[in-house]
Write a protein that binds this ligand. Structure first.
Ligand SMILES: Cc1cc2nc3c(=O)[nH]c(=O)nc-3n(C[C@H](O)[C@H](O)[C@H](O)COP(=O)(O)OP(=O)(O)OC[C@H]3O[C@@H](n4cnc5c(N)ncnc54)[C@H](O)[C@@H]3O)c2cc1C
Length: 279
């Protein structure tokens, strides 16, 4: 058995309201539905175990998914000890990645997670081939929401990986709020229906360069009517997030009004799940 303190936990942090790192033991769940929402976004609904804690999940909170390696029926699970995770010897480590609990159905005890099919990457490849009956494990949810949902004006931006989180945020914003939302996706087929009680204006941006991740969001931030009292929430590729964060700070938007998150980093596998760009 080996102890590992370095694998991602279920973090809080500046962008999610702090709260330290909690280690809820992951639980095995079974896939009960799979639906292709867009050509590059797969909805996976899971059930099993006690999912009731997801009834209280904050908007934009996150989970860890533990995925079996090819050839395994179920992922190897760690034992949670005060010293960290203990992994059984002689068993393959699972793929562990961070995702968003998109929606929880208390009556059915089901949780929906939406996976971007971005190409190479064990989680994306798992989602490409996932079927009803498959087994995975989930840990969490983690992350409280720091910003005040009743702040009158919001500026929200995200790429495909953030569509589920933006969906949870739009679900949570009250009718009194005005939200300008910028979403960058590959093309028109990747747009998704989103609804909100808030007065939300949704701008879809299609990547002019297929590899230009975040470019459209940076331009939207440059043009955006963002005042010091606007609450900003951004999640996308980590370098693009930093560009947006820097340009808004330079324009006088206070750091306290910014929730910025790098959800992945170009060329890096398993980007840390607590990248707030405040370095
Ligand atoms: C708090 C949080 C919530 C998240 N919620 C979701 C969610 O609900 N749905 C979701 O799909 N993702 C979400 N992500 C992003 C997800 O964790 C990463 O995309 C993750 O890297 C995917 O793992 P992988 O095994 O497919 O690829 P990895 O093995 O991590 O990476 C392999 C390669 O793929 C590239 N890559 C990774 N992700 C993307 C991407 N989205 N687009 C293009 N290239 C990419 C990497 O740069 C790397 O070169 C979230 C991340 C965080 C931090």
């Amino acid at each position: 058995m080996r102890v590992n303190n370095e694998l991602p936990g279920v973090p809080g942090g500046p962008g999610s309201g702090g709260g330290g790192r909690r280690r809820l033991p992951p639980q095995l769940v079974e896939v009960v539905a799979v639906a292709r929402l867009t050509p590059r976004l797969v909805s996976v609904t899971v059930s099993g175990g006690d999912l009731s804690r997801f009834g209280e999940a904050a908007p934009t909170s996150h989970i860890e998914v533990f995925l079996p390696v090819p050839g395994q029926a179920a992922p190897t699970l760690p034992i949670i000890t005060p010293e960290g995770r203990v992994w059984p010897d002689n068993e393959p480590r699972p793929t562990v990645r961070t995702y968003t609990p998109r929606s929880f159905d208390r009556a059915a005890n089901t949780l929906e997670v939406q996976f971007v099919l971005h190409g190479e990457g064990p989680a994306s490849e798992w989602a490409q081939r996932v079927q009803v009956g498959d087994t995975l494990a989930i840990g969490g949810p983690g992350g409280r929401f720091a910003a005040d949902l009743s702040t009158p004006r919001w500026w929200i931006a995200g790429d495909e990986s953030a569509l589920p989180a933006v969906g949870t945020l739009l679900d949570a914003l009250p009718a009194s709020v005005q939200a300008e939302v910028h979403l960058e996706v590959a093309g028109p087929d990747d747009e998704l229906a989103l609804s909100s009680a808030a007065k939300a204006t949704i701008h879809w941006h299609h990547r002019r360069d297929p590899q230009g991740f975040g470019v459209e969001l940076i331009e939207a931030a440059e043009r955006g009517a963002i005042n010091p009292d606007t609450q900003v929430w951004v999640a996308c590729e980590a370098s693009a997030m930093r560009r947006i964060r820097r340009l808004l700070l330079d324009r006088g938007v206070p750091g306290a009004s910014l929730v910025t998150r790098g959800y992945w980093r170009r060329g890096v596998a398993d980007h840390p799940d607590h990248d707030y760009g405040d370095d």
